[in-house]
Design a protein around this ligand. Sequence first.
Ligand code: LUZ
Ligand code: MOS
Length: 761
Amino acid sequence: MKNVDSAFHVTGRSIYLDDIVVQQGTLYALPYDAPSAHAHVKKLDLSQAMAVPGVVRILTYKDVPGENQIGGIIPDEPLFVEKEIHFWGMPVALIIATSEDIAIQARKLITIDLEELTVITDPREARARGELIIPPRTFKLGDTKKAWAECAHVFEGRADTNGQEHLYIETQGAYAYPTEHGSIRISSSTQGPTAVQRTVARVLGVPMHKVEVDVTRLGGGFGGKEDQASAWATVVALASFLLKKPVKLAMHRMDDMRMTGKRHPYSSDFKIGLDKDLKIVAYEATFHQNAGASADLSPAVMERTLFHATNSYFVPNVEVTAYCCRTNLPPNTAFRGFGGPQGMFVIESAIAKVAQELGVSAREIQRRNLMQEGSEFSYGQIAEHVNATPAWELADKTFDFDTQQAEIDTFNAKSETHKKGMAIMPICFGISFTNTPMNHARALVHVYQDGSVGVSTGAVEMGQGVNTKMVQVAAQVFSIDPSRVKLESTNTTRVANTSPSAASATADLNGKALEIACNAILDRIKEKASRMLDPGSSPGQARPEAITIVNEAVLNNGQSTDLDWQQLIHACHWDRVNLSESGHYATPEIHFDKTKEKGHPFAYHVYGTAAVMVTVDCIRGTYVVDAVKLVHDFGKRMNDAVDIGQVEGGVVQGLGWMTMEEIVYNDKGRLLSNALSTYKIPDIHSVPKELRIETLPTDGHPMAIRRGKATGEPPLMYGIGVYFAIQNAVIAFRAERGEGVAHMVYSAPYTPERVLMDLYG
Ligand code: LUZ
Ligand code: MOS
């Protein structure tokens, strides 16, 4: 089925925040943010800005009627600066004016006197100074200390990854207006409507029932609006609440880039030990997560790094420790993969190091250590339905790794200036929020008396196609044409207490809740059908189990009848049958005990294997990705266009993180890569020349919606293979010149500058 939004998207009719028709008298908000990363505020002077005609008011922390606090996991994040600035870009004040232009003019007239304090941008330095947001956590399996003695080879190294700007096409924003009885209604570009509702209620000092949050769709989220949409919705709600006027903020790109957090940079140390057969016996890693100035989601992101520290490999002795380091950067936040990719890069670096040192192929080490059925993860979950080896083997059979490598070697032998490299990237990603209590969802279904259906869920459409999947679920359960089903906006008054649309789990959680609601309605209408088709029976004697609905026809014992969906629904309504239902789903089986760091946190895992081929220009340090060919564990794929689209986008976003997207802060904590002129993201030329996506044939997973596995985050991690493919080309170049590679560092992004340094350094 086609994406339900595609026709409206391509004709410009889809409604994003900035497309909402504003009410008369709407005011415009603009944040004034801190021009320093760490300082005491001595004096803030708003008088000149206030004097600009059209400026209605300028709000600061003093105007907050409730708490000046937006921290979700830990209450350590003021909405507005009080006495101390913690990062460059931290909101200090909010200008409210009759137009955006006036607000921009006024912002230039605000002055602030500061007493500058020491700025920390490096997570290792933060750790050394004891600046930790939560105590470190360690996941342990077996005993690494004893295991080193059994290892034939032990290597140590360091691996760093930089952050990543979300660069959702639609920037952060919100529109709020007062409603009756001191209530407020907010349209927000958020992945987490309930997070917005909770945060606004807290800051305004009102109960949550006074705050209605509505989301039609987002122009991209990628994790950047899982938590960080709340601040912007809250400032707008505050202004609207105080002024009793509609207020809007749609952020400018450079403001958004400067003021919001990004993917967490990590700096990590590893130690890996293998036996003589290249079986990994022991693995230790220490992760320094650059959390930024406050917790935001960092503790949860850090946890997922630990969960994915051994990627798709079974390692009997593991000890991995992570530090959540407080620095003076904007609070870093969720980003597709949520710490998983950062953990996986480190073990892939460790394997690459072993391969270089021993002169074996990384591929051989990877293959020999893949998870098997019944393997134990370091966090105690026993791996089931393990598709690591099947995906690898199908990839090898389909793409023929040996032949590919031989062709590359032949090319490299002939080519002086260009070298090719290949890397294989297996993935294993756990599906569920790692925080078990977040794994539940609700859906509300109305079957209208004409047979059309309205569906509300807690899922937020952010371009990932979840609305299309929800239409499919309802249409499949009822066996009606998808055109009868309409997805409503996501609204906290229709579906309450939602988890954010995140963790790749949105379609599973909301889809299962939707299935439950639809099935409950289906049971009632079948009961009515059985009474209609067997008029002699009383309610207790009717046989609803004999009724099926197939493509809108009502069948009795499999035999066609005169009744169809529309007639049946009409009859149900006039017989006072309840045609509405709310469904609730909570993922069964999952649990996790943080005191032991053991449990069964994931409903299932998604596997896959990618082969990545690149060509490096060894004069310039530039490169092209020739091919990414992969076998992916889709389960029983629900929607080809949606799911393949997720894999394509994930691969490209992953390779952007690994190769070209370079976030630069100076030592004062000021963002230098603050616009698209200084921050490069993949464009059409960066897309692999060949992007081949094959499906691993399986029965799918019962805990996945319609047995089709989650596809949101896992494919991003195929992009990690691009880093190692480039490095293999560099190694080939150096080897030809008789130069070793032992000095090589593992540091992403592998920009052309870094490639040049590795080629000739
Ligand atoms: N958000 C969250 C996530 O709160 N918990 C998670 O485990 C998660 N995983 C991926 C993306 N967002
Ligand atoms: Mo996310 S990183 O699933 O919002």
